[in-house]
Design a protein around this ligand. Structure first.
Ligand code: HAM
Length: 437
């Protein structure tokens, strides 16, 4: 038997409505903030990510899915969305759009060869947003607010917004030199990964999960202490805008993020929900004012974020009180071979009128048919046999009250519509199928 690839998963039918609900919320909240969707290919030339994300990052060093196509081109399955969006904005000259900043969002699968664990997969989905073309600290705050509003729309509450600033190139360079000098005599006390990072990308040493409480790291100089006056002013303005919106945050002086392109603001939103275990970061993002230039584009500032969808679903799992009940409008219980085609015709007409209907295709007995109906949880059971067919009528049974009426077929559609309007579907408000949702 051929199984799924390690680190991937199937979204089975009983799970898919949760994904669809999340996708609807993504579209709705993006509309609120006037972000428009952009869709880019799943693979790109490898060079895009090497240059965009950074040669010395963990993602590029050990996590990309690289392939050579039949014409020997080096391609990579996208490990994240930002580099692709920037590539597309440059290639399609969207940066010249008179509407600035350009506000784009995206949703789709990403690929990283990481060790599989809860909340961490090799194919995973991201919902990301990028605001392109503005230096204003208000835009950093707008993007953070967008991420927080999205979580609020999902009713995920146990969250902490962590924020920090790396500053622009001058601040980053000053900090980098100070950190190298500080670590030089101490780095041998840290883990092997830190020693490698010290050589290749010293900032990432601060991100170490193994040695995060080691005094060498807790006492290390922090980026905030090396910001130029202008960069400090930008950060203060971001914080002041967050205060004005009423968004609570925690300044995390050690937050540096794992991708090379960040400048100025970096942020993450973590959840305290136990269901996520170690993978508690729901969203990560920040400003990247030089990525366009490093991908041969014009000098365009930008700021954005990306959520991991699987982690959102895990977080939602623990706050959803009950699993969303599947619910449909009508279930047809047709009794006897001679009525099947006529029953299908009735169902078909109801569907054309916008009603969600299902049908028992197996020749079950009445008990079996009612059992199936219970599983589908319709508002109405339609019971149709030889007698009803003869008299051009059908039995309509409300599942909630158990009340049954015989209704003439030409009155069936308006009768059902009225019933549905008058009665709550009995769903828990999460099914997205019924009139109440
Ligand atoms: P990132 O921190 O690499 O940032 O990923 C963003 C989010 O994607 C993480 O916080 C996490 O929720 C989710 N994620 C990452 N890797 C995995 C995985 N293996 N399995 C499941 N979920 C995962 C970026 O990707 C940046 N492009 C974000 C950004 C956009 N910065 C500016 N604009």
């Amino acid at each position: 038997m051929i199984n799924k690839v390690k680190g991937t998963y199937d979204i089975l039918p009983e799970e898919s409505s949760r994904w669809q609900n999340l996708e609807t919320t993504i579209a709705n909240v993006s509309r609120l903030f006037n972000f428009k969707e952009i869709r880019t290919p799943i693979f790109e030339y490898s060079e895009l990510f090497h240059r965009g994300v950074g040669e010395s990052t963990d993602i590029i060093k050990k996590e990309t899915y690289d392939l050579t196509d039949r014409a020997d081109r080096m391609l990579t399955l996208r490990p994240e969305g930002t580099a692709s969006i920037v590539r597309s904005v440059i290639e399609n000259k969207l940066y010249a759009d008179p509407n600035q900043p350009l506000k784009l969002y995206y949703y789709g699968p990403m690929f990283r060869y990481e060790r599989q664990q809860k909340g961490r997969y090799r194919q995973f989905y991201q919902f990301g947003a990028e605001a392109i073309g503005a230096h204003s600290p208000l835009v950093d705050a707008e993007v953070i607010n967008f991420a927080a509003t999205f979580l609020e729309a999902l009713r995920i509450k146990d969250i902490t917004l962590k924020i920090n600033s790396l500053g622009d190139n001058e601040s980053k360079e000053n900090y980098r030199n100070a950190l190298i000098n500080y670590l030089k005599p101490n780095v041998h006390e840290l883990c092997g990964d830190c020693q490698r990072r010290y050589q290749e990308n010293p900032l990432r040493v601060l991100d170490c999960k193994v040695d995060k409480n080691h005094p060498v790291l807790t006492e290390a100089p922090k980026p905030l202490d090396f910001l130029t006056d202008a960069d400090r002013f930008h950060f203060d303005q971001v914080l002041s805008a967050l205060d004005a919106i009423g968004l609570e945050y925690e300044i995390d002086k050690s937050l540096v993020r794992g991708l090379d392109y960040y400048t100025h603001t970096v942020f993450e939103i973590d959840t305290d929900l136990a269901s996520l275990g170690a993978q508690s970061t729901l969203v990560g993002g920040g400003r990247y004012n030089h990525l366009f230039e490093s991908l041969d584009g014009p000098n365009v500032p930008a700021v954005g974020f990306a959520f991991g969808i699987e982690r959102l679903l895990l977080a939602l799992e623990s706050i959803e009180k009950e699993v969303a009940a599947p619910c449909i409008h009508c279930f047809m219980i047709a009794l006897g071979d001679d009525v099947q085609e006529s029953a299908l015709k009735i169902v078909n007409e109801l569907r054309h009128g916008g009603l969600i209907c299902d049908y028992d295709f197996f020749n079950k007995n009445l008990k079996g048919k009612f059992k199936q109906s219970e599983r589908l949880n319709p508002i109405i059971n339609l019971i149709y046999g030889t007698e009803e067919m003869k008299h051009n009528c059908i039995n309509v049974k409300e599942t909630k009250s158990g009340v049954q009426e015989t209704v003439s077929l030409d009155q069936l559609y308006p009768y059902i519509l009225k019933l549905i309007q008058n009665q709550s579907s009995g769903c828990n408000g999460n099914c997205s199928n019924c009139d109440d949702c």
